[in-house]
Design a protein around this ligand. Structure first.
Ligand code: F1X
Ligand code: MN
Length: 451
């Protein structure tokens, strides 16, 4: 038996010096107010897209529910059971009961675990929409997500042209050194794509304007942990294990807009250089943390790209649609990604998802929320090993690409956190700093090594 890990307490808004506190006090109320604004401003469009004799009444009910939710957050009311009867509501209400039993009272916004309450907030937003008849499929964040894509046109253009150029001009053998160098570039592009999420900016415009490739060298010193080479090594080991065939890669997506395009470009690079045989993208089952990708966002992005008068953008989107048809790429939706639980609990709560993930050769997790769920959103000492913070979550070799937007980080060297803090007091929350953290799992022994 290995050493027993003492698990620290969760991040919580009860610590007024933590980022959880201003999130609850300011950012979440602003996010809810923006939903109300958006629904009010787009009233006619919504009624037109979701016609029905009661559409307008339902829209008003949703707006009312948003005001009620904002009031509940601001006055620290206890979490109430979900009432929408959606397939996940039983699991959610079971979690609510468990939390209540653990604490001796219902979870509250400013007293309980930040991760739990923040997920509950987005689930409540969805509840108000799911409770309607005509507006059931309304995505209250759609406009913001679509604007984030449209406003990143220049960066998307540079990125896709760069990808097209290297794929057509270079002889890239799967395990060659040139492939490795380009792979490292695309992995970093996907990492920095994570700067562009909309919940951190409380829904303010947050898009990519500059040429992303030119920025890579400048951004390199901001990667606090860089295990990108280990990722390449994992893909090479899969090759060898599979007798000279590439393995499957799963990507647990985060945000729509520019970030999604960086992820798709990475996936294109992987399949067209023979580093991966198949890609499975995991998307959210409902609108989530403002900018997270749903299946609809994914398909919308491809459709928009096809309609663009731009050679590289439209070509890639055609190619990507054909991958979806021939199974080289697939999408998978699971309710687990929109539960409040961390990934250590996945094996017990969603064994099918865990076993699916165990059958792949490599999992890439994108973004800050995935990072929080991997390490449990706990107050770890920053020098804790990544594998210790993951606890029992080791379905397959995995990597997380994350810009820091919440005050939890592990895997740093002694003194590193203190040094970065001297340079940038907001290093943990401003999205300027990043980590590429890896856990390699040897499939024969299931032993993991992480740094
Ligand atoms: O997962 P993502 O898109 O990178 O970030 C989600 C996020 O904006 O939401 C939380 C704050 O509300 C933070 O954990 C994080 O900054
Ligand atoms: Mn996100």
């Amino acid at each position: 038996m290995g050493p027993v890990t003492v698990v620290p307490p969760p991040l919580s808004a009860k610590n007024v010096d933590s980022f959880a506190y201003p999130t609850m006090k300011d950012r979440i109320p602003v996010i809810i107010s923006r939903i109300v604004d958006n629904l009010t401003r787009n009233r006619d469009k919504i009624i037109k897209n979701y016609p029905g004799e009661d559409s307008l009444t339902e829209l008003k009910v949703i707006i009312g529910a948003m005001s009620q939710l904002r009031y509940e957050v601001m006055t620290n009311k206890p979490a109430a059971p979900l009432r929408d009867g959606r397939s996940d509501s039983f699991a959610w209400n079971t979690e609510l009961k468990k939390e209540t039993e653990k604490a001796g009272e219902e979870p509250k916004w400013f007293d309980s675990a930040w991760l739990w309450m923040e997920c509950y907030m987005y689930r409540r937003v969805c509840e108000s929409v799911f409770m309607s008849n005509y507006l059931k499929d309304l995505d209250v964040f759609e406009e913001q997500k679509q604007a984030a894509f449209t406003n990143s046109y220049k960066a998307i253009s540079s990125l896709t042209m760069y990808l097209m150029e290297i794929l057509s001009e270079q002889e890239l053998t799967p395990l060659g050194s040139m492939t490795k160098n380009y792979f490292l570039d695309f992995l970093q592009l996907s990492l920095w794509g994570n700067k562009c999420d909309l919940s951190i900016s409380a829904g303010n415009e947050n898009h990519q304007e500059h040429n992303p490739i030119e920025q890579l060298a400048k951004l390199k010193p901001f990667i606090l942990i860089d295990q990108a080479e280990d990722v390449f090594q994992i893909l090479c080991s899969a090759w060898e294990r599979l007798g000279g065939q590439p393995g499957q890669v799963d990507i647990v997506l985060d945000n729509a807009g520019f970030e999604l395009v960086t992820d798709l470009c990475l996936a294109e690079f992987l399949v067209s250089t023979g580093l991966a045989s198949k890609i499975c993208f995991h998307v959210k089952a409902m609108p989530w943390f403002v900018s997270d990708v749903t299946e609809r966002d994914f398909m919308w992005t491809l459709k928009q790209m096809s309609a663009m008068n731009h050679l590289a953008i439209s070509r890639f989107s055609q190619k990507w649609k054909s991958y979806l048809q021939d199974g080289k790429w697939s999408l998978r939706v699971s309710d687990y990604w929109t539960m409040p639980n961390d990934y250590n609990q996945m094996k017990e709560l969603f064994p099918n998802l865990y076993s699916d993930l165990s059958s792949t050769d490599f999992i890439l997790f994108k973004g800050d929320l995935n990072y929080r769920k991997l390490v449990g959103d706990l107050q770890w000492d920053p020098t804790t090993d990544f594998s210790v913070a993951l606890r029992d979550f080791k379905p397959a070799p995995l990597c997380v690409l994350r810009t820091l937007k919440s005050d939890v980080v592990v895997g740093l060297n002694p003194g590193q956190a203190e040094d970065v803090k001297k340079i940038d007091g907001n290093w943990m929350i401003n999205g300027e700093w990043a980590v590429i953290s890896v856990q390699s799992v040897d499939p024969s022994t299931s032993e993991s090594t992480a740094h």
